[in-house]
Design a protein. Structure first.
Length: 135
């Protein structure tokens, strides 16, 4: 497998950048690292940067809700990714939608921290799917 950087166009809206702060810019790198680490634990080989694997993982943020912490009401964060599994010629083999949500609590106040956790969880879910699919 090889990984294309995460398409974060949904994170580029000014209100998202303001709420996500530093994590908005580094989310693609964090997701790629998380997928690579999870894959290694699952026995799946991810091609080195620049190399093309037999299957390319192309992920895109399709929905994001940073959530918030309030005194009376809190809303959890939500991240929805659409991941294409493609052949090197661009043909799509499979499409997987992955969702993760993190409760907004006093210990998880920052929208960036919740995004980071959701990125790590979606990478874990993707690797679980790939492990199951490649059996």
């Amino acid at each position: 497998f090889s990984i294309v950087p995460l398409d974060t166009a949904a994170l580029e809206k000014p209100e998202q950048k303001e709420r996500l702060g530093e994590w908005g810019g580094s989310s693609s790198a964090l997701w790629t690292t998380s997928v690579t680490e999870s894959a290694a634990l699952g026995g799946i080989r991810i091609a080195d940067a620049g190399d093309t694997g037999d299957i390319i993982l192309r992920a895109k943020v399709t929905e994001i809700e940073p959530g918030f912490v309030g005194t009376v009401y809190s809303r959890p964060s939500k991240l929805l990714l659409s991941v294409n599994l493609e052949r090197p010629d661009g043909s799509v083999i499979d499409l997987v939608e992955i969702e993760s949500s993190t409760d907004s609590t006093e210990s998880m106040k920052s929208a960036g921290e919740r995004l980071a956790r959701n990125l790590k969880m979606t990478s874990k879910y993707l690797v679980e799917y790939l492990t199951h699919r490649s059996r």
